[in-house]
Each structure stands twice: as C-alpha cells, then as structure tokens.
Unconditional design. Structure first.
Length: 277
C-alpha cells in the first residue's frame, strides 16, 4: 500500500473544488505538507488564502451556475492536456447546506444547493473523466454522514449527500477494470464555515450530544489522503461517525427519520433560544 506521499507523487494534476475554506483548504494544506509535483488547481468563488505554490492555479467559478461549470471544465481539460504525464485526481468538495423547516426555506437557495452539491459534481466528473481514463487517477467526492438517513431540518442537504454517496459508490463499480477509481468521504460535524453558511446561530457541536462529534477540517483532510492512498471506496471519518452511519443505515428508515427529527427539533429549539439572546 503506497503512503500518501508515494500516491500523490503519481499525480500530474490535482483538481479540488472549494479550497478557499474549511475541509477543502485543509486538503490543499495537507497535500502541500505531504509534498507533490502535481499542479494543484482550485475552483471556488474566492481564491484560497493559502498559497497554491508555484504550480497552483485558481479558477474563479460559481459552481452553482451550470454555464460557469461548462467554462471551468473547458479550462480544466486544457490544463490536463498540457500537463506532464501522470494521474489526475479530482476532489469534488464544494457544497453548502440550508437549515430550517422546508416551507420557510428560500426556494432559490434550495435549488442552488442541488446545482452545487449534485449537478456540478456530476458535470465536472463527466467532463474530465475521458482524460482521467487515459491517465489514471481518482474521483474523490465529499459526502457526509447525513447521507445515511433522511435529515429533517436539513432535508435537501441530506438528500444531496445521499446522492453523492450512492453515485460515488456506483461510479466506483462502473470504473472497475479501468485506471480510475472513486472514493466517497463522509465526514460528521466538522469545524468550518459550513454551519454559518447553513444558517445556524452557533455550530451544533458547541452544544448537547453533538459536542463529542466535533472534528477539525485538518483531521478530515488527513482521513481523506489516507483513504485515497489505501485504495478505499468509502471513508466515514472517525469511529463515532461510523457508529452513526451504521445505525442510520441498518434500522427501518421511518424510525431513523423520526428519531433524527426529534434530535434535530431539540437542536432547533436550542438554536432559536440562542438567536433570541
Ligand atoms: N462542516 C461539516 O460539518 C461537514 C460535514 C459533512 C460534510 N461536509 C461537506 O464538506 C464540504 C466542504 O464544506 P466545509 O465544511 O469545508 O464548509 P465551508 O468552510 O463552508 O467550505 C465550503 C466551500 O465550498 C465552496 N463553495 C460554496 N459555494 C460555492 C459555489 N457556488 N461555487 C463554488 N464553490 C462554492 C466555498 O468557496 P467559495 O465561498 O469561495 O465559493 C468553500 O470553499 C461540503 O461539501 C460539505 O457539505 C461538511
């Protein structure tokens, strides 16, 4: 089994979405720490503060806009075609959630979430996959432990992450016998801008039962590189998240939805109280 350093040294191009903050930023940092000769290319609306080093490229893109994805994919294809021989790693990490009761949530934001979390992941992957098949490599998609059961109060977000998980595992089977594989990463609650962007008053890990589930973005990045090097198709980060994923997928779906709804309703009341303070 190669070490992350040996694995990354096979790559000529590493493409990541959402490297400007949180988990994506930590993945770029971890790649730079491990060391690679590959060109790292980031796609997000703002430029990552961490230096993308000499060979780094930033393509400023709103991936929730299908036209912008098309134009970014064209630039990526040129970048790959011009790169020295070596594998291509595509990390689809950009994503956001929206917390609240369905009828009160903004319809446009819900649709943008589907466009970003689902559509852009599928489109970017399909647009660069032919070149990846020639060179070898991996598609890494950041799903979530929300993927394993319905998530009341984060209904659309949880459903997009179920799509990401199932699509990635199926893609990995489709790719069997080729030089490309797919890997789904399922982090649990992680410290990043995610909760603020999703409309939480305070990150849920600062309170109640979730306090013990907290992970840093650097830890998720380390899990990601290890899973990539070790040839895994699925990585749920940490044993507590693994337990949640196991119970979420083994018990009857209606029970799990109901229990999840009760826990999240309690969280919602806590959030509401904090918002009024
Ligand atoms: N934090 C958690 O608890 C957690 C748990 C499980 C899974 N995840 C998943 O992990 C991934 C990374 O999230 P994070 O926790 O690191 O949150 P984050 O700190 O908010 O980072 C989100 C990233 O997505 C990018 N992004 C957002 N909208 C975009 C758009 N329209 N076009 C292009 N890029 C966009 C942002 O870049 P710009 O704003 O510069 O565009 C940013 O770099 C997401 O897919 C999230 O669902 C997070």
């Amino acid at each position: 089994m190669p070490t992350p350093s040996e694995y990354l040294n096979r790559a000529a191009v590493i493409i990541i979405t959402g490297g400007s903050s949180g988990i994506g930023c930590s993945i770029i940092k971890a790649i730079q720490t491990v060391g690679t000769n590959a060109c790292i290319c980031n796609l997000s609306r703002s430029k990552p503060e961490i230096l993308l080093e000499k060979k780094g490229v930033h393509i400023s893109t709103d991936l929730s806009d299908p036209q912008a994805v098309l134009s970014a994919a064209e630039q990526l294809r040129t970048l790959i075609a011009d790169a020295t021989s070596g594998e291509v790693i595509l990390i689809n990490n950009s994503g956001f959630g929206d917390y609240g009761v369905m009828p009160t949530l903004d319809r446009c934001k819900q649709l943008k979430m589907i466009d970003l979390n689902v559509r852009s992941m599928v489109d970017l992957t399909l647009q660069v996959l032919p070149q990846m098949l020639d060179r070898g490599g991996a598609v890494v998609n950041i799903a979530s432990t929300s993927a394993f059961q319905p998530t009341p109060f984060l209904a659309t977000y949880g459903a997009t992450k179920s799509f990401v998980l199932n699509w990635t595992l199926a893609l990995n089977e489709d790719l069997r016998g080729t030089r490309v594989r797919a890997l789904a990463i399922c982090p649990g609650p992680t410290r990043s801008n995610f909760f603020k962007a999703a409309g939480f008053e305070t990150p849920p890990m600062n309170s109640g039962a979730n306090a013990t589930l907290d992970m840093t973005a650097d830890e998720v990045a380390a899990y990601t590189l290890n899973a990539l090097a070790s040839g895994k198709a699925l990585m749920v980060t940490g044993w507590k998240n693994k337990c949640i994923a196991f119970f979420g997928s083994k018990f009857p779906i209606l029970w799990v939805t109901r229990i999840g709804g009760k826990l999240l309703r309690k969280l919602r009341l806590e959030q509401h109280r904090k918002g009024q303070q």
